[in-house]
Design a protein. Structure first.
Length: 274
């Protein structure tokens, strides 16, 4: 037997060719514990665990718009392009995020569209020691390359606009080699670490300490940009967004009415003799 340091949601671990291999919970797919497990298999394992009682899901990240779902994964661990819940189906990207409206089972998803850019935005709590972009850049680049095994060339930037920290991960399919971890998997591991539900063995969470002071986060949101734009229709807009659009339209109409009435009041008539 062996221990899968990078994934606690596994069973039947055994050494093989110098590496630890285990079966991912829920799917039974064999995974190499020497690298990150794919997000699809991790979600599958989490849904399997949640069915037994505890329901866990991120609070603020974009992919939680539809909540956790029980995904269909290829044998390689990647998401199938078409995901379904009963008779309702939708298309997803390589991060497993829905990119179309929901339809019936006849929906066609021709291929799995790649997510090429992931934006992780975090809002940190108040702290005593001030932060600089240089210190944040150094910490996160070193952490992401060592802890999540992502090649540094995929970390596009680390920006700081107090109190927001934004990390850009970019990875085109043409740039990614077979041995590189996927940015979608990295973002999922990172988000779980930040939110206190580490995927690593023994809940070995991420210790973010800069200038000898812990960095705590109040909010974390993950955004996805695909190589092909998503295919949402107006009917898929949330009621809140629709309400905002209606308010803006009403405000514009009201402004036009006020402007017309004001100009009428200010109008001057000149009497002329014929």
């Amino acid at each position: 037997a062996c221990i899968c340091e990078k994934n606690k949601r596994v069973s039947n671990c055994r050494p093989l060719n110098g590496s630890c291999w285990c079966d991912s919970v829920g799917s039974g797919v064999s995974v190499n514990c020497g690298t990150l497990t794919s997000k699809c298999l991790l979600m599958k394992a989490e849904m399997t665990r949640s069915k037994s009682g505890r329901r866990e899901k991120p609070k603020d990240a974009f992919e939680n718009t539809d909540g956790l779902y029980d995904p269909e994964c290829e044998n390689t661990g990647v998401f199938k392009a078409k995901q379904c819940n009963g008779t309702t189906c939708w298309c997803v990207n390589t991060a497993g995020v829905r990119r179309t409206d929901k339809h019936d089972a006849d929906l066609k998803c021709n291929r799995l569209v790649r997510t090429t850019w992931i934006i992780i935005e975090m809002k940190h709590a108040e702290r005593n020691a001030p932060l600089t972009t240089e210190s944040l850049n150094k910490f996160f680049k070193e952490t992401i390359t060592s802890r999540y095994m992502l090649d540094g060339r995929y970390i596009s930037s680390v920006l700081y606009e107090k109190p927001y920290i934004t990390i850009d991960l970019k990875q085109d399919s043409s740039d990614k080699s077979s041995g590189d971890v996927d940015i979608a998997d990295v973002a999922y591991y990172f988000e779980k670490d930040v939110k206190g539900d580490s995927i690593f063995h023994n809940n070995n969470g991420l210790n973010i300490s800069i200038d000898n002071e812990e960095l705590r986060f109040e909010k974390t949101v993950v955004y996805y940009v695909d190589e092909i734009a998503p295919e949402f229709s107006m009917k898929s807009l949330t009621p809140g967004l629709i309400a905002v659009i209606v308010v803006v339209i009403v405000a514009i109409v009201a402004g036009i009415v006020v402007l017309v009435l004001t100009r009428r009041r200010k109008g001057k008539y000149v009497k002329a003799e014929v």
